[in-house]
Design a protein around this ligand. Structure first.
Ligand code: BDR
Ligand code: CA
Length: 296
């Protein structure tokens, strides 16, 4: 599948990037960054560092525009990746994230899949600049929202949707097929210290293992359990088809100005409420370069 990833590279975004880089069926044509966990500039630095570790500096990384609203230093560390120093060799693409996304949609009409693991700011701006965009996009997968569970930045809002509710509403109601992967499912699929210990010994997997303690510390403080939700990698694994939904509903979602998601008034969005057992291990094995068929 031909992919554009839009992310706010944070620790779980970094895991999603590693998952996609390890995936033989994921042809990652470009990555745009957005303000969210950290600034779009810092997210681009982080992403370029991950690509350098993987030897994939052929993938363009473009920086999103605008000012950071939230930031999540307490969750993802001061630099967004748990304080881990990544290589600083790569340079961002001269285009903005929106320009890169629009260019890719024209180069791969009808084939491009969008995966958003940060706020929907760039996708909404691309829709605004080119209302014909949905006609060239095969599908959109968004990690975000708290549909029937409490939010994680307010009782009513999840971070990616709550950071830019108007943008999320524009993306969820545009005329393209959207799959939403909300907290309802991501909070139930987590890695522990044991999973961290099973990460491989490549430069990229070692960097992930070094980032995870900061993320584990935060969730341990919040929940009392030393486990971290796989928000963004789960969305990536659903987009690629590695993880199969066990409970999905097509719902006419809208996003209210406070980031709350309502189940009426919008276009149909496929909302994932449950996935098959073992999704955590499927993601880990893919990152380590072990395919399911090799294990069977
Ligand atoms: C989402 O918000 C960010 O902190 C994570 O990277 C994830 O995309 C979870 O609410
Ligand atoms: Ca994210």
């Amino acid at each position: 599948m031909i992919l554009y990833l839009d992310c706010d590279t944070g620790i779980d975004d970094a895991i999603a990037v590693a998952f996609l880089l390890a995936h033989p069926g994921a042809d990652l044509k470009g990555i745009g960054t957005v303000n969210g966990n950290t600034s779009a500039v810092q997210a681009a630095r982080n992403t370029l560092g991950l690509l350098a570790l993987a030897g994939r500096d052929d993938i363009p990384v473009a920086v999103g525009e605008g000012e950071i609203k939230r930031g999540a230093k307490v969750v993802h560390g001061d630099n967004g990746v748990g304080g881990v120093a990544l290589p600083a060799t790569g340079r961002p693409d001269p285009r903005t994230s929106v320009r890169l996304l629009l260019d890719l949609s024209r180069q791969h009409p009808g084939e491009l899949h969008l995966l958003a693991t940060g706020p929907c700011t760039n996708l909404a701006e691309a829709l605004c600049q080119d209302p014909t965009l949905p006609g060239r996009v095969r599908g959109v997968t968004v990690m975000g929202g708290a549909v029937r569970v409490p939010g994680n930045i307010t009782p009513r809002a999840e971070a990616n949707i709550g950071d830019n509710p108007a943008a999320a509403d524009a993306v969820l109601t545009a005329a393209w097929p959207v799959t939403l992967v909300p907290l309802d499912v991501t909070l139930r699929h987590r890695w522990s210290e044991q999973d961290r210990a099973r990460l491989g010994a490549t430069p990229l997997t070692r960097a992930l293992a070094a980032m995870l303690p900061a993320y584990l510390d935060f969730y341990e403080g919040r929940t009392g359990e030393r486990r971290v939700p796989l928000h963004d990698p789960l969305a990536a694994a659903i987009a690629t088809g590695d993880v199969t939904p066990s409970h999905a509903e097509d719902l006419p979602l809208r996003v209210a100005p406070d980031g709350h998601i309502t189940e009426e008034g919008g276009r149909s969005v496929r909302v994932i409420f449950g996935v098959q057992d073992g999704a955590e291990q499927i993601i880990l094995e893919r990152i380590n370069g072990i395919s399911r068929s090799a294990l069977a």
